[in-house]
Design a protein. Structure first.
Length: 197
């Protein structure tokens, strides 16, 4: 299985990204040394795509597949792409505050701790739909892992499109996210421009 092993803070520096968007509260003290070169148009577009891939933990091939699917959907391609990335199961767990980072959320799904509408789902890229009920399996709810996570993420705001019952580790997808509700610093129009070349 392909895994991105680049150090997170180093990658954040190279993409000009605040680690907070990844659920990491560390800051890098190093400053990036940019030789006064200005990024080309292609370079800017490529950076936006890399940023989106890095934030959601998606590799190139699946990302391209999301883009192809977003193109076929009604509405704007860029907004559809962001909506699909945001409605991945691992991202939904992260947004509900049941994991400190998206990587941890992915691991929770991989380890078969999650039920969607009462059925076990262990695919992090599973796309949730409006009305889906997501919960942690009963036998894991009392585990120390989730108590520790809740201490850290307790103050994190849950987006309006989700409803979270933190006591019972149960959440509902009220509706699919609109672009305004997604607080990720990615300009999806540049990604569309990059792929439409």
């Amino acid at each position: 299985m392909a895994v991105d092993r680049v150090p997170v803070l180093k990658r954040c520096r190279s993409l000009d990204l605040d680690p907070v968007y990844l659920g990491i509260d560390k800051k890098s003290n190093r400053k990036t040394q940019r030789a006064g070169r200005k990024l080309s148009e292609y370079g800017t577009q490529l950076r936006e795509k890399q940023k989106a891939k890095f934030i959601y933990g998606v590799l190139e091939k699946p990302f391209r597949n999301y883009y192809a699917k977003a193109e076929r959907m009604e509405g704007q391609t860029g907004e559809n792409l962001m909506m699909m990335l945001e409605s991945r199961l691992d991202n939904v767990l992260f947004r509900l505050g049941w994991a400190r980072t998206r990587k941890e959320a992915r691991q929770i799904v991989d380890h078969k701790h999650v039920l969607v509408n009462g059925k076990q789902v262990n695919i992090p890229s599973y796309l949730v739909k409006a009305g889906d009920v997501i919960e942690i399996k009963e036998k894991y709810k009392g585990s120390q892992r989730y108590k520790d996570v809740m201490e850290v993420t307790g103050s994190r705001l849950v987006p309006d499109w989700l409803e979270s019952d933190k006591e019972n580790l149960r959440g509902t997808v009220k509706e699919l996210p609109k672009r305004e509700a997604i607080d990720v610093p990615v300009n999806e129009m540049l990604i569309v421009e990059l792929y439409s070349k």
